[in-house]
Design a protein around this ligand. Structure first.
Ligand SMILES: [Zn+2]
Length: 149
């Protein structure tokens, strides 16, 4: 294994990103031991916890929502007990660009996971969701009512 400046630079970069030594080795096409040894010789600092890279720190989104049951509330109660808290949390930021239209707060992905986010498309008038998601939400409610009846 020959350490070129470029390889060393990549090692430093991957190292600072918190990748495991095995993963860095895979990417540089060298053994894990070579990574550990070189890092030691370079006096690289102890890496940040590897947990960090999956924690979604890069996402400036809102805190995980409290509702996890999905938007199945009927339209009337949706404006009272529905996803209003979430909507309110988003509104201040969106206000300047969209004074009249609220963003769709349809949850996408699994709450609590880094990939989780809201649709954020322009919501349909009087609805907490965009046209597409309002259609899904209210179709579901209708189905539910038919099941009950
Ligand atoms: Zn939507």
């Amino acid at each position: 294994m020959e350490w070129t400046d470029e390889t060393i630079l990549r090692l430093r970069t991957l190292w600072s990103e918190g990748l495991s030594t095995a993963e860095i080795g895979r990417r540089l096409n060298i053994s894990k031991n070579a990574v550990v040894g070189k890092a030691h010789r370079l006096n690289l600092p102890a890496r940040p916890s590897p947990i960090r890279r999956s924690a979604g720190d890069a996402q400036p989104r809102q805190a995980p929502p409290k509702r996890t049951q999905g938007p199945t509330l009927p339209p009337l109660s949706a404006s009272v007990a529905g996803p209003l808290p979430v909507l309110r949390a988003i509104l201040p930021a969106a206000k300047s660009q969209q004074p009249r239209t609220a963003p769709c707060c349809w949850p996408i992905g699994e709450p609590g996971k880094p990939s989780f986010h809201f649709c954020n498309a322009a919501a349909a008038a009087g609805k907490p969701y965009c046209e597409e998601h309002a259609a899904i939400a209210y179709v579901r409610v209708r189905d539910k009512r038919e099941d009950v009846a």
